[in-house]
Write a protein that binds this ligand. Structure first.
Ligand code: RUQ
Ligand code: CUA
Length: 664
């Protein structure tokens, strides 16, 4: 009896000591999450039922190829927008109308690795009109219309491989850009079929300037600048005094083509590339480029025909900076820079060297002066390299380990994500002094402040997009959730308020006030403006028609029936196209369309919209179809049948909806 008592006392003493010890250790390590969250954190992110969030947060879905939309500060997931991915819920990428959106020179590519979300801007401020997002793997840029929260256009980028340095925008969305991550040999088949070890001689990079048409959102490539072979990583446009310029981080100035981990980490400094795009644009207009044959797709969704159109482009205009000597300059930047961020005033450019122990801040005034004075340190592959000392404002010393990305508030502060030391570091743009640091859980990649890469940061929050969640959530097997963290930046000290899970690995994001988006919101599509070639604008226009082995059904939905809902005369060997129009003209009344054995997706039809599901019947019998969206009290009655007969059957093709009089 005594022993246990003694043991308990000893245990208590030991536990007390351990507690003290742990507390002491925590003094010089990241605090625990509990210690870091203030008592009122929950009320500061709480959005009561029925109330709206203040900000939309548009977050890349990483390797899921989509973009997701959250409300802030609640962190509630509002929508996943399929972009480079197919979506069985809405039929995006599966319906006949949306298939062209995913067309590329490699055929239909229904997946990509999407990294960076960028706002369309007017006068350097996000305008709530569009979001852009890049596809890394099969180089593409997509434009999402914030009226419909749908992908409006996608352009493929030729002469590009790994479209990572993308799709950052100029202050009036004149251009969004694409910088190639991988340099590659370009040109004819013979010019491209070269030994990998001829990298230095044959491999080139490109940065492309893509113009989104303001009225339609259609995208085309205005011009493409050829660069020495290396890797472009990230970029941002100049603004204010540096408007007309674009800045790209470049690594692998070693021009390695194998084991880059080692071979591309040799030099102390790589580069930030400064591009005078106004000059380049002028040269392009003056015809000083070269039109080079190359195929690429530009896909655009027409909201009136409710159908995507693909245009195959045949050439691109290239500018060669070895001839047009004043369009690009290199600035040395330590070491393997990743993020390339421009402060709200447009004067300072921050390069974040993944392997650097400091953060260089470049001064655009000095860059201009260095260019004017030809203050160079020789050249790199024929491109002038400005002297580091001449273009630098200064360096942030000992910021942390593994700086990746920087965002800004409206008060002259910068916030840099530190991947290796897993923290956000706040520093002053004026003094370059570190002001505050806060741990992230864990290994932050990107970060985002509402408006934080524009001329008008709204501030309030910084959101960390983390690479590792480890022990933060209930485990879900080998794959743990991806996650973000919301911090308040209202005070001098950053304060952790909330963790929230994300879909796919989040990279960059944009957060903008909901008030900017809401005036353009589309509640439904006007059926009178529906120009779909197979629209039925009322039940009287529904019909069924055979064209060889194709059967076309003009079908309508309205609470709570399909017209027609009995179809006979379909035969094995037929290909059936259900062209379904939702006749509703009210907000939030979609209908679904599903048929047994459908191999791809359902259709989820918004009011006033027409979409087409292609169906190849493969079994004889009577096949049910039904509405998948609980649209009304009689939703479960919203159904129908298609009779499928053997090939060569004499059953006549007919379609009807029968009203059986209860009295008869
Ligand atoms: S990159 S961390 Cu595309 Cu920084 Cu994601
Ligand atoms: Cu229509 Cu359920």
């Amino acid at each position: 009896m005594k022993r246990p008592l003694l043991s308990t006392a000893m245990l208590l003493a030991a536990a007390g000591g351990l507690f003290l010890l742990v507390n002491t250790i925590q003094g010089c390590r990241p605090k625990t999450a509990q210690a870091a969250v203030g008592g009122d954190a929950s009320s500061r992110v709480y959005v009561p039922p029925g109330k709206y969030d203040e900000f939309y947060n548009f977050v890349s879905g990483g390797f899921s190829g989509q973009m997701s939309v959250y409300g802030l500060p609640s962190g509630r997931l509002l929508r996943e927008i399929p972009v480079f991915s197919v979506d069985p819920e809405s039929g995006y990428g599966y319906s006949e109308e949306t298939k062209p959106m995913l067309m590329t020179t490699h055929g239909s590519i229904p997946w990509d690795d999407s990294h960076h979300v960028e706002s369309s801007m007017t006068a350097g401020v996000p305008d709530g009109r569009w979001m852009f997002i890049n596809g890394n793997n099969t180089p593409r840029i997509a434009l999402i219309d914030l009226g419909t929260f749908r992908t409006k256009s996608i352009i493929e980028i030729p002469n590009c491989a790994g479209n990572h340095s993308s799709p950052f925008a100029t202050p009036n969305s004149e251009y969004v850009i694409s910088g190639t991550r991988f340099s590659i040999p370009m040109g004819t088949d013979v010019e491209r079929d070269v030994p990998i070890e001829s990298y230095r001689d044959n491999f080139k990079g490109t940065v492309s300037f893509i113009h989104p048409e303001p009225e339609t959102g259609k995208m085309s490539i205005a011009f493409q600048i050829i660069t020495p072979g290396m890797n472009f990583d990230l970029s941002h446009s100049g603004k204010g005094p540096s408007d007309g310029w674009f800045f790209f981080s470049c690594y692998n100035s070693e021009q390695a083509y194998s084991l880059l981990e080692v071979n591309a980490s040799q030099r102390d400094k790589d580069f930030i590339m400064a591009v005078n795009w106004k000059k380049a644009e002028q040269y392009a207009k003056e015809g000083r480029g070269r039109k080079v044959p190359v195929k690429y797709y530009s896909n655009w969704y027409n909201d009136e025909t409710h159908t995507a159109e693909s245009t195959v482009m045949e050439e691109v205009l290239q500018l060669d900076p070895r001839e047009l000597k004043d369009i690009i300059y290199f600035m040395p930047c330590p070491k393997s820079p990743h993020g390339c961020d421009v402060d709200p005033t447009g004067r300072y450019i921050v390069g974040s060297g993944k392997l650097a122990a400091l953060i260089p801040v470049f001064d655009f005034e000095k860059i201009k002066a260095a260019i004017a004075a030809n203050d160079t340190d020789g050249d790199f592959m024929g491109i002038p390299v400005l002297k580091y000392e001449s273009v630098i404002k200064g360096e942030v010393k000992k910021p942390g380990l593994g700086p990746l990305h920087t965002e800004f508030d409206a008060n002259g502060n910068a916030y840099t994500s530190m991947f290796v030391s897993s923290e956000i570091v706040k520093w002053s743009l004026e003094t370059l002094e570190v002001l505050d640091r806060v741990p992230t859980y864990y290994s932050i990649g990107h970060l985002c402040i509402p408006g934080g890469d524009s001329q008008k940061p709204w501030g309030k929050y910084v959101i960390a997009y983390n690479k590792i969640t480890k022990d933060r959530y209930l485990p879900t097997g080998p794959e743990l959730t991806q996650s973000a963290q919301l911090f308040s930046i209202d005070g001098d000290k950053m304060e952790l308020l909330l963790d929230f899970p994300t879909t796919g690995e989040p990279h960059y994001a944009q957060a903008i006030p909901a008030d900017l988006v809401r005036p353009r919101e589309v509640k439904f599509f006007d059926i009178n403006k529906n120009q779909h070639p197979f629209v039925a604008k009322g039940e009287k226009e529904t019909k069924v028609e055979r064209r060889g082995n194709e059967v076309h059904v003009w079908m309508t939905t309205i609470r709570s029936h399909f017209t027609p809902d009995n179809i006979e005369g379909v035969k094995i060997g037929d290909v059936v196209y259900f062209h379904v129009t939702n006749l509703e003209q009210d907000w939030d009344v979609p209908h679904g369309f599903a048929i047994k054995g459908a191999a791809t997706a359902e259709l989820l039809l918004m009011p006033g919209e027409t979409q087409t599901l292609k169906w190849i019947p493969d079994q004889i019998g009577v096949v049910p179809m039904y509405c998948t969206d609980f649209c009304s009290a009689l939703h479960q009655e919203m159904q129908g049948y298609v009779r499928v007969s053997p090939a060569g059957s004499k059953v006549e093709l007919k379609a009807e909806t029968r009203n059986v009089d209860a009295g008869s």
